[in-house]
Design a protein around this ligand. Structure first.
Ligand code: FAD
Length: 449
């Protein structure tokens, strides 16, 4: 754990044995990690960056996610449970119960993060591409589905409401709509209204989130459900983003060719109807399951689109908005592990504020257990020396999933695959963590002698 006062001392000594001298922005970003987190990150990065370790680890996780033998079931095998919990689970997830989750949130905020994005890991896994859900096919079945209460939607509502109670002022709650129930999935993919029960569940969640000063992210998912999700998010923004600030944010995926046009259309709706557009910008996570023609031809194309949208919203000039038409009220959240995108946005934001130009507020987020170099680098750029400097400083969030170990295994598998796909960054993270571990060991010995 970082010593509470150590960051204010020019030569700070942290409880984990790390001594740090000089201005904090000249230190390696990982110097901000508490000791326990550093060693766990090093273990995970070692596995993720060595294919001969990662391949069997992925296979084992995949077997544990769908256990056919009882010794692979985390609910039946205490040893397996203990190993997984103290390593991968604690690295990527917030906790199994409220007390554990709030403890993790406190530790994250104590490190200097502005807040957290919390999501409930339990979800119904439905195959969106093949639509293998028990969709109602006849009119009778459809009518029944509308009138019968779904226990899954009720479980989702209760789980999400429990999640709201764990977060606080300015934190975010992330909602994965398809996690609720196959009927919801069906409504989203066929652009039909959500089942009434789900509409009420969303209202309950938004009302409670507003009471607790918490904001809401509507997560983006596969293309087959995305226009349905956009419609729900717009409805929520119409209703709740009324006082010049965003309570609800929709997620925009820069890898889709259609996103710039879609965003322009949403800016137009926000302008016409007078609500604030909450924009959470991601590159997009479903690249391997989407039809290839919908996605930018190259990674560079996605990067350019991401950076152009981020810069456009920050400058309040995107398409004809801010040029021919006024730019509507908007707020921006950059959910990215890409250092170049985050640092470019931060420089632009500071430059615009310093020169008094119109600027949209921006915040940043990375997943817990991933891209700590980016998160910590942004934290190091904080400057509390004056009110103006404080206002221009990046506000950084960590995105956490909570739920029982059994509920989170699929989530852990997704993170492990994402680490495998981001080979370059995983290697870089591994080398940086190794250097930081060596630095701390050296410091410990030099202090002792
Ligand atoms: C806080 C947070 C919330 C998130 N929420 C969502 C969400 O709601 N929905 C969602 O879909 N994702 C979400 N993501 C995941 C995100 O979309 C990315 O998959 C992930 O963050 C990696 O992208 P990056 O910006 O970090 O940068 P990088 O790692 O630099 O970029 C990787 C991304 O580039 C794109 N890409 C890679 N290769 C190609 C190629 N050949 N052609 C075109 N594009 C390519 C893909 O989108 C890939 O994910 C979230 C991520 C974070 C950190």
């Amino acid at each position: 754990m970082l010593n509470a006062d150590c960051r204010h001392d020019p030569r700070w000594l942290c409880r984990d044995g790390s001594t740090v001298s000089g201005p904090k922005d000249q230190l390696p970003p990982h110097s901000l990690l508490p000791g326990k987190m550093l060693w766990r990150s090093l273990l995970v990065a070692t596995i993720s960056s060595h294919p001969w370790l990662l391949t069997p680890a992925l296979r084992t996780l995949s077997l544990i996610a769908h256990p056919r033998l009882s010794f692979l079931d985390v609910n039946k095998n205490a040893i397996l449970r203990g190993i997984l919990k103290t390593t991968f689970y604690n690295h990527f997830c917030a906790g199994e119960k409220a007390a554990e989750v709030t403890g993790t949130i406190d530790r994250i905020k104590h490190m200097g993060f502005r807040g957290v994005i919390l999501t409930y890991a339990r979800e119904i896994v439905v195959d969106a591409s093949s639509q293998k859900v028990n969709n109602p096919t006849t009119n009778n079945e459809k009518a029944n589905a509308q009138t019968t209460k779904s226990p899954e939607v009720e479980a989702w509502r209760q789980g999400v409401l429990e999640t709201v109670e764990m977060v606080g002022t300015d934190d975010f709650l992330a909602l994965k709509l398809t996690g609720a129930d196959p009927q919801v999935m069906h409504a989203l993919s066929s652009n039909q209204p959500l089942p009434e029960q789900m509409i009420f569940a969303l209202q309950d969640v938004c009302t409670r989130a507003i009471e607790r000063n918490t904001r809401i992210f509507v997560d983006a998912e596969q293309q087959s459900v995305q226009s349905g999700i956009d419609a729900v998010a717009l409805d929520l923004m119409r209703r709740y983003n009324r006082n010049g600030t965003a309570v609800v944010y929709n997620t925009y995926q820069a890898y889709l060719k259609s996103t710039p046009e879609n965003l322009l259309s949403h800016l137009g709706i926000a302008d016409k109807e007078g609500f604030t557009l909450g924009v959470k910008l991601v590159r997009g996570a479903y690249i391997n399951s989407e039809p290839r023609h919908l996605i930018n031809d190259t990674k560079q194309g996605t990067d350019d689109s991401y950076n152009a949208i981020a810069a456009g919203i920050l400058r309040r000039q995107y398409g004809f908005f801010g040029v021919e038409r006024q730019f509507p009220s908007a707020e921006l959240f950059l959910a990215t592990h890409n250092k170049e995108s985050a640092l470019a946005a931060d420089s632009l934001y500071k430059e615009r504020l310093a020169t008094g130009q119109p600027t949209t507020k921006v915040q940043y987020g990375q997943l817990l257990g991933m891209a700590d170099e980016v998160s910590c680098r942004l934290l190091q750029l904080r400057d509390d020396s004056s009110q103006a400097a404080q206002k221009a400083s990046p506000e950084v969030y960590k995105c956490l999933s909570w739920g029982t170990l059994g509920d989170c295994v699929s989530y852990l598998l997704r993170r492990a695959v994402e680490n495998r796909d981001a080979v370059g960054r995983t290697k870089q993270e591994y080398y940086a963590l190794k250097t930081e571990a060596r630095r701390r060991i050296k410091n410990m010995f030099s202090l002792r002698w």
